[in-house]
Design a protein around this ligand. Structure first.
Ligand code: HPA
Length: 271
């Protein structure tokens, strides 16, 4: 996305949101409730923000909310643009570009994912340690604008070791089981075949989903510190003798949202 468009949206938000939030959270499928719990919250539907892409997927509301967790100011994005909707990579990562341009330092990206690791079970929460990009493209393809970041950004620590450690500590103190592993991003929107899941397992993946990686790459391009959290909403194709349905994804996300929100709030309180 060109610099001027990003700058226009950023200027709108600077005039609208008030002081710069300490952290931004991108909320995955069925996890939008986190935004409801923010103290002193104000929200803006995406279609009131200049150039902001809207999402039509069931389970993705489409609004930004500013509020507080304790004394931390939080910007929550409830609803995201997915590559599988037909958005370009530029549109898919537009929100992240604006967050970076605003000056947000810490980005928490959440998603619903299928469990590849057989030790996982549906409803588990996972810290993303690293990712495999199987989307078939990269959000940084094309001319590089050095005002955003370098042509060849380092990806050796996409998901901050500091924040992963903090998330683990917070979960342990809460007595909340937290898995960790590698997230493989696919294009979608069809779910994977059992053969694809076996291949991803052999490659070292623990969970699979259709988001997060474009945002994480763009965030690192701009130097943000990133934490990725997956909610394992279902076991991936072929792991269990049953078909995958989006309703199960949404139902599991609803079932575990209490623990998920408590974890997020605990992490933000300790940033
Ligand atoms: N595969 C891909 N994306 C997903 C899945 C899955 O099994 N579950 C939730 N998002």
């Amino acid at each position: 996305m060109d610099y001027e468009t990003i700058a226009e949206t950023t200027a709108f938000l600077q005039a609208t949101l008030g002081p710069l939030p300490d952290v931004a959270v991108i909320l995955g499928s069925g996890l939008g409730d986190f935004a409801e719990g923010l103290a002193d919250a104000t929200s803006w539907p995406y279609d009131t923000v200049p150039h902001w892409p809207t999402s039509a997927v069931v389970g993705h509301a489409g609004r930004m909310v500013v509020g507080r967790v304790g004394d931390r100011r939080v910007l929550a994005l409830s609803g995201r643009s997915h590559f599988y909707e037909g958005h370009s990579m530029d549109r898919t990562t537009f929100a992240t570009r604006v967050l970076g341009h605003l000056g947000i330092k810490v980005l928490i990206v959440t998603n619903a994912a299928g469990g590849i690791n057989r030790r996982f079970s549906s409803g588990a929460l996972m810290i993303i340690d690293d990712h495999l990009n199987f989307m078939g493209t990269n959000p940084l393809v094309g001319a590089n604008d050095a005002r955003f970041g370098p042509r060849f950004p380092d990806m050796s620590e996409v998901y901050s070791a500091r924040l992963r450690g903090l998330a683990g500590d917070v979960a342990q103190e809460m007595g909340l089981a937290l898995e960790r592993g590698v997230y493989v991003a696919v294009h979608g929107p069809s779910y994977e075949t059992p053969a694809e899941i076996r291949a991803f397992r052999a490659l070292g993946a623990d969970a699979v989903g259709m988001s997060t990686v474009p945002e994480a790459i763009v965030a690192r391009h701009m130097g943000l510190e990133v934490l990725g959290l997956s909610c394992i909403t279902n076991m991936a194709a072929g792991v269990l003798p049953q078909p995958l349905v989006h309703d199960e994804v949404m139902a599991t996300a609803r079932r575990v949202r209490g623990g998920f929100i408590a974890l997020l709030e605990g992490i933000i309180g300790r940033l």
